[in-house]
Design a protein around this ligand. Structure first.
Ligand code: ATP
Ligand code: MG
Length: 564
């Protein structure tokens, strides 16, 4: 069917919605693709639904190609399996919880590891039944703290989630590899500019984990990108490389009077040394036990990263109360010499390498010490990557200065291992006749988010600008003129349709050509075909939405070109 704008429910808007911050939010609303129903809850209008379906189709085709089997699980879920896994509690406020009329407790599924595990436990009993890859494209619910940015972060959204089940680690690696390749093909076909970055696995716990990121200013994730090689990583997963320290003769430790220098800035200024020559010792509590974290004075500790490293232990900042009864800890003047390994465990950034010399606290009020040498005056108990990465930090692969960019997470692949299989005692009969515990992977793509992420990456000043595979039509035929032009435009549309081209035709009566052109730019179909004044002589205009290139040519040539 040719899509006729005269008959479509489509209302474009000239002004941006008042609450919209991101380009995709503004444009998807203005071009009539989506409509906000409540905070983070969206209605997909006819054009939007087409794009959403196109994304789903590509995802489905590529999931089927790796042997994925599509299923559909409920979104309304019983509480018990999420209690078994511990996530009924762990999810905290993110979970939509509800009760039925009998008081039974339920949730709206935020992701479905538990239920898939139960399905496989029920359906598969032997190693011969595995490996299995199951997937669904389904509505997910998360009560996000700040649902903003339109469909980029919804409280109700579409996700493709898949889960692999294998009997051994090699099998899991293979299922993971298959997903990685399928995702690569999916994001290529959708027309994304994307990076695959190693991710921290977060609360899920497990081993290999990678994210697919679409660089975009509106993104909420930061990532590092090497301009020289293919290295890219989540900022929280960057590994620090440290140049080897040349052995030098160090001077003896010297104590200095440094009154009123509780901060690195005041200290560096007072001693006239760069902040990077000072050693900052941050005190934290790890499961209640005071621990010090040493980093160069010009670097910041990333508490998120520290938490990831030490999980499941809980990391908190110390308060004044924690110094009570600990006279050896002089607030603002802590140094590791004499204390590391004694008064506290000493965790340090790899830059605090053996043989490096520092200005640091002298463990006396108003005093610092210089020539404090790592390996001579103190030992590091444990090295961890805990500093915030900064632009120019060396690439762990090639040493080039890294760049930091913003991106939208569009997909996530993750080797879960046996966490859920253990919780649900998911075993199958192994080759040797004994039960073996199944190992799992979990893999997600934000289908609705992908629509907005593509809009972010491709839109321009005029409006949306879809890659062909997801566009709501291949050609937007604009009737620019009188009734005669409209008639011809409909004929052209029919002809294109017969050639297998998906067509949207602007046959609205009483709408000026100017308004029609503006709408065509806003809606963002890749090719615009104008049936205008010269149509009577058989000449039409083709315009490439992306490049803006226009060309007048005989209708037959246009049909031949577009019908390919
Ligand atoms: P984020 O860090 O953005 O909150 P996540 O790490 O919690 O995402 P996953 O649990 O890995 O997300 O979900 C798989 C995919 O679902 C994500 O890669 C993302 O594309 C999509 N997604 C997650 N949360 C939302 C949301 N609130 N709205 C739209 N898409 C989402
Ligand atoms: Mg994720």
């Amino acid at each position: 069917m040719v899509q006729r704008m005269s008959r479509m429910m489509l209302k474009t808007l000239r002004d941006d919605p008042a609450d919209a911050e991101t380009a995709s939010h503004k444009l998807l609303v203005r071009a009539g693709y989506v409509r906000r129903s409540a905070a983070g809850i969206w209605t997909w209008l006819p054009l939007g639904k087409k794009v959403l379906e196109n994304v789903s189709r590509v995802v489905r085709e590529e999931m089927d190609a790796i042997g994925g089997q599509e299923v559909l699980l409920p979104a309304l879920l019983p509480k018990e399996p999420y209690e078994t896994s511990g996530r009924w509690e762990e999810y905290g406020e993110l979970l939509f919880r509800l009760k039925d009329r009998k008081g039974g407790e339920y949730l709206l599924g935020p992701t479905h590891e538990e239920i898939f595990t139960q399905v496989v436990k029920d359906q598969c009993s032997s190693y011969k039944d595995l490996p299995v890859i199951l997937y669904q494209i389904q509505t997910k619910y998360r009560d996000e703290a700040r649902p903003r940015s339109g469909v980029l972060r919804g409280r109700e959204f579409q996700m493709k989630d898949s889960y692999s089940f294998d009997t051994d680690d090699e099998g899991l690696s293979e299922s993971y590899r298959l997903h990685r390749e399928a995702y690569t093909r999916i994001f290529e076909r959708l027309g994304f500019d994307y990076r695959i970055v190693s991710a921290v696995s977060g609360a899920m716990g497990g081993s290999a984990s990678e994210e697919f990121l679409a660089p975009a200013a509106a993104g909420e994730d930061t990532f590092v990108d090497c301009p020289a090689c293919d290295y890219a990583a989540n900022t929280e997963a960057v590994t620090t490389v440290v140049a080897p320290v040349a052995p030098v003769e160090h001077l003896p430790v010297e104590e200095l009077d440094t009154p009123d220098t509780p901060t690195i800035e005041t200290l560096a200024a007072h001693l006239d040394v760069p902040a990077s020559a000072t050693l900052k010792n941050l005190l934290v509590k790890v499961d209640g036990v005071i621990t010090a974290v040493g980093v160069p004075g010009d670097r910041e500790v990333d508490l998120g990263k520290l938490g990831e490293h030490l999980a499941p232990a809980v990391v908190e900042l110390v308060t004044a109360d924690d110094f009570a009864g600990r006279p050896e800890l002089v607030r603002g003047y802590v140094g590791p010499q004499g204390l590391a390994g004694e008064a506290f465990e000493y965790i340090a950034d790899p830059r605090v390498a053996s043989g490096t010399s520092w200005v640091t606290g002298a463990n006396k009020e108003g005093k610092h010490a210089r020539n404090v040498v790592c390996g001579r005056d103190f030992e590091v108990d444990r090295y961890l990557d805990v500093v915030v990465v900064e632009p120019g930090d060396p690439c762990p692969k090639c040493g080039t200065g890294l760049e930091i960019g913003r991106a939208i997470e569009i997909g996530h692949i993750f080797q879960l291992g046996r966490k859920y299989a253990d919780a649900f005692e998911l075993d199958v009969l192994g080759r040797e006749g004994k039960p073996v515990r199944v190992t799992m992977g979990s893999y997600g793509i934000g289908v609705s988010r992908a629509v907005a992420a593509l809009a972010e990456q491709t839109a321009d000043d005029q409006g949306l600008c879809w890659p062909r595979e997801v566009a709501p039509a291949d050609v937007h035929v604009v009737a620019a003129g009188k009734a005669r032009q409209t008639e011809m435009a409909l004929e052209v549309a029919e002809k294109l349709q017969a050639l297998g081209v998906r067509v949207l035709v602007d046959d609205r009566a009483g709408v000026s050509p100017g308004v029609k052109f503006t709408d065509a730019e806003l809606i963002g179909v890749p090719t615009i075909l104008v049936v205008g004044r010269r149509a009577a002589e058989g000449v039409v205009e083709l315009k490439d939405r992306r490049t803006g290139e226009r060309e007048q040519l005989p209708l037959d040539d246009a049909l031949a070109r577009l019908g390919r």
